[in-house]
Structures are given as structure tokens and as C-alpha cells.
Design a binder for this molecule. Structure first.
Ligand code: FUB
Length: 438
């Protein structure tokens, strides 16, 4: 993230709500606090419209310094970038990220062949920055021939790193070599976990190692956990700590930030579809004996951790053109808004968007809708970036909303954002664009 990044004043959230990211569907959140003091979430991306979990692709990273305002750091890797990946793409499932000696290692499960279920590998991409610049480095060699999904990497206080993965009832763990891209010795079965399904996550608190995972409750996976005094077990089963979220899958991570512990998980609150999921965050509490209290799943979300993220005023780009049934309305103060965008093909466009030196730019799209969930398709300089969610915006008697996504723009002002009709009636009142300058 650029050092001087400030979010637009009208986009600042004073309190959190769940789900925390609404513009696109995100799942399987892996959260880490890195050297810059910010907290980052590496999530998978349920592409819309979904086809099972086949089309998951284009990982985005999110960061925050207040737990309430989340900056989309942008897309970091897509299946097309994976030289060894399955030719048809998709299947970019639950990832994780680790940091060691100045490098960020992004781990992701992806099949290498069309026969996806028999060719899972764990890929690694690296960068010197936590939210951008990742380059694929190949996959971890020599891992066992079972469900190689849901990698998790835990770096202990002594800087030794451990990798865990698994699904379909089997979980394996082992130590990583210094290169963070190969396994030291053998992987070991983590075989004292009760009803293990998938979604391994390991963290340490007060000298105790915790391994969390999802269970096999049919169509309603819960999260359970076990503890150990060793990062590779043996593990003592401790119970369920996240009951069903209403989604068939469950997948989460645990992190401490500014003195509080949090659970990052997903549900299907926005879509009501198990393959269009959304990340949520709630506080995690421990009993005196170190056991985890059952998490209360909230819609209200969190109070800010520390001061609210800094904001600044940025120019509002107003709609300049509409077509195929879209209309422009003008209020008494001369503010323009695009309306009648419900029809597929109807569009509004915003030319002349300043991308500064080019590269990552945070877009904030301001809108109103009385729909529970409206959608518009986003085009950036003609590239189809798929559907953007515009969730219902009733706040008291006012209707307002802000959808945030980070995209890549060309240098200078020759950039055009176009939104076409997708689902539901929506009124778009403008866009702000904040270049990262990195
Ligand atoms: O997101 C795809 C798969 O669904 C993950 O790998 C599992 O943990 C489950 O969340």
C-alpha cells in the first residue's frame, strides 16, 4: 500500500458490519498482522456467477489498521498466471500467506491437470510486499497423494515454519525448509483431530498451539479445534467453537490485533448461495484455561481497533454518459446520477479517471438501491472485471451505499470506468478513485 494512502471521506465506516467485504464474494479468509503493523486478509474469490467451486479465481488481498475499514489491495494472482496449472483455469481455492526474512510467500491450492480432483498441488508465489507484486514460483514438490487443499503456514517464535494442508478427512503437517518452498523431512498425519474435514489453521497463544478446522456436519460445517504443546502435535481435541454459519462450508483463521483476538470466517449472508460466500469477522474470546468460547456471529461487526483509518477529500467523478436505457438524473444542486440501469446492457460511464503514474487504484462507487442485492458489471478501459455487488443500502430513512474494489489503471487521465446493468435497479451517484502511487 502506498504510504500516503487515505480513504475518501465519504467511504469511511465508523463501525464494522458483517460481511466485511461486499463488492465481490470472498471466502476462506487467512489473516495475518505484518511488519507494517496492518492486518491483511488473504481470501479466495468466488467468481460470480458461480459454477460449483470450479470458477474460483483472481485472489484479492485486503488490509486494515482499524478492523472496520478494509482496503482492497487488488488482485494478486489468477489461474492464467500459473504456468504449471490446469489448462482450463479456475480452482484457485483457500490460500494462506507467510512472511520470512523480507519475503512474503503466498500459498494456494490449484490442480495441475484437467482431472482436477486427482492433481492438486500447493503453489507458491512470492513478493517483497504483502499486498502486491506476487510472482509464481512453482509448487511444493513431493507432497502426498491426497486432498492437497487448504494450505496453512505457521511461523513460530523461533522463525521455524510449518505447513499444514488436507481435506476429505485427512490433515498433514510438516516443517518447511529455509527456502519456504520445500518440506524438511516427512509430512506427518495430524490424526488425533475429531471429525476433521478441511480448513486447517494453526496459531499460538500463551505458549499453546491451536489447530482449528472445519468438521463434517452435512451442509452445515462447524469449526472445531485442538491444542498441543508442539506445532506438529499430538493434538488434544477441545470442541466446537464456531457453530454453523448457514453455509455448507466453513473455513476460518484466528489473529490477534491491537490486543484483541478475532475469528475470520465466511457465510453466505449476501447471496444465500453456498458458492458465493462473504468474509466476516467477530471477536474471539478465551476462558481462563485457554479454551475458546463459542463465537457469537454478529451482523453489527466490530468497533474500531484504535483510531479510525485516516481519510481525505477526493474529487467525485460524475456520470458523463449513459446508454441502452440508462438515464441521467440531476438534482437541485446540479449533482448527476445514473439511473435505470436494471436492464442488461444499460450502462453508465465515467471517462477521464486519473490513474496518476498507473497501476493500482482504489475505486469507490457510490450508489443507492432498494434491492436486497443489486449487481453491475464493471469494465475498466474495456476489460470485463465481472459483477460488482451493490448490497441493500437502507440506513434509517436514507438509502446510500459504497462498493469498493481496487483495479489497475493506465498512467494519466485516459481511463474509463463503465458499469453495465446486471441485476436490480440502482442509482449511481459517482465514483472516487485513489491511486496507490506504488
Ligand atoms: O473454497 C473452496 C473450498 O471450500 C476450500 O478449500 C474449503 O476449505 C471450503 O471452504
Amino acid at each position: 500500500m502506498g504510504n500516503n494512502f487515505k480513504i475518501p471521506a465519504q467511504a469511511v465506516k465508523p463501525v464494522g458490519t458483517n460481511p466485511v467485504v461486499t463488492a465481490i464474494f470472498t471466502a476462506d479468509p487467512s489473516a495475518h498482522v505484518w511488519e507494517d503493523g496492518r492486518i491483511y486478509i488473504y481470501a479466495s474469490h468466488d467468481m460470480d456467477p458461480a459454477r460449483g467451486c470450479d470458477l474460483m479465481d483472481r485472489y484479492h488481498v485486503y488490509s486494515s489498521d482499524d478492523m472496520v475499514n478494509w482496503l482492497d489491495e487488488g488482485e494478486i494472482l489468477r489461474s492464467e498466471d500459473v504456468s504449471w496449472g490446469r489448462p482450463e483455469g479456475g480452482f484457485m481455492w483457500a490460500p494462506d500467506c507467510a512472511y520470512k526474512n523480507g519475503t512474503y510467500y503466498f500459498y494456494y491450492p490449484h490442480p495441475s491437470e484437467s482431472d482436477w480432483n486427482n492433481s492438486w498441488k500447493i503453489g507458491v508465489a512470492t513478493s517483497k510486499q504483502p499486498g502486491t507484486g506476487f510472482v509464481d514460483q512453482g509448487y511444493i514438490p513431493g507432497l502426498g497423494a491426497f486432498a492437497m487443499i487448504d494450505p496453512c503456514v505457521f511461523v513460530d517464535d523461533d522463525n521455524r515454519a510449518y505447513m499444514y494442508y488436507g481435506g476429505g478427512g485427512r490433515c498433514a503437517g510438516g516443517e518447511l525448509n529455509e527456502d519456504m518452498m520445500s518440506i524438511k523431512g516427512d509430512m506427518h498425519d495430524m490424526n488425533t483431530l475429531e471429525d476433521f474435514h478441511e480448513a486447517t489453521w494453526v496459531f499460538k497463544r500463551n505458549g499453546v498451539y491451536y489447530l482449528t478446522y472445519s468438521d463434517n456436519v452435512h451442509d452445515n460445517n462447524q469449526m472445531r479445534y485442538a491444542t498441543s504443546d508442539n506445532p506438529l502435535g499430538p493434538w488434544t481435541y477441545r470442541g466446537v467453537f464456531l457453530e454453523t454459519t448457514g453455509c455448507s462450508t466453513s473455513h476460518g483463521s484466528v489473529a490477534e490485533f491491537k490486543g484483541k483476538w478475532y475469528l475470520f470466517y465466511h457465510n453466505q449472508a449476501i447471496s444465500d448461495q453456498g458458492n458465493l460466500r462473504s468474509m466476516c469477522i467477530d471477536e474471539l474470546h478465551f476462558n481462563e484455561d485457554g479454551s475458546i468460547c463459542t463465537v457469537t456471529q454478529t451482523v453489527q461487526g466490530l468497533s474500531p481497533a484504535g483510531a479510525i483509518t485516516e481519510s481525505a477529500e477526493y474529487p467525485l467523478y460524475q456520470v458523463s454518459e449513459v446508454g441502452a436505457g440508462g438515464t441521467i438524473s440531476v438534482d437541485d444542486a446540479g449533482n448527476k446520477a445514473a439511473t435505470n440501469l436494471a436492464q442488461p446492457g444499460a450502462y453508465c460511464s465515467f471517462p477521464g479517471i486519473d490513474g496518476a503514474g498507473g497501476g493500482r487504484t482504489a475505486l469507490y462507487i457510490y450508489y443507492e438501491t432498494r434491492e436486497t442485492l443489486a449487481k453491475l458489471r464493471l469494465f475498466v478501459n474495456g476489460d470485463d472485471l465481472s459483477l460488482i455487488n451493490l448490497t441493500g443500502t437502507k440506513d434509517g430513512s436514507e438509502y446510500w451505499g459504497c462498493a469498493h474494489i481496487t483495479v489497475r489503471l493506465n498512467p494519466g487521465s485516459d481511463n474509463t470506468i463503465k458499469l453495465t446493468g446486471g441485476q436490480g435497479e440502482v442509482r449511481v451517484s459517482g465514483i472516487t478513485a485513489v491511486p496507490f502511487n506504488d
